[in-house]
Design a protein around this ligand. Structure first.
Ligand SMILES: [Zn+2]
Length: 65
């Protein structure tokens, strides 16, 4: 298991997020506690991330932009 503490908070709302993989759609969904954030259910295409760790890395890179 990957600890949630490795995920940076959302750069827009500041809430903590969770990433879950949807194997049917081959996408990673970034879920927020804050459902009003425009980044809630932000999608990372499985084309760019072959594992949950890579999805985490993509999210963490985005949040520093
Ligand atoms: Zn957010």
């Amino acid at each position: 298991m990957i600890s949630n503490s490795k995920l940076k908070p959302c750069p827009f709302c500041g809430d903590s997020v969770n990433i879950m993989y949807n194997s049917a759609l081959n996408v990673f969904h970034v879920y927020h506690d804050n459902e009003e954030c425009k980044f809630n259910e932000f999608e990372i295409d499985g084309y760019y991330a072959n594992s949950l760790k890579e999805a985490y890395d993509i999210w963490n890179t985005r949040s520093t932009n």
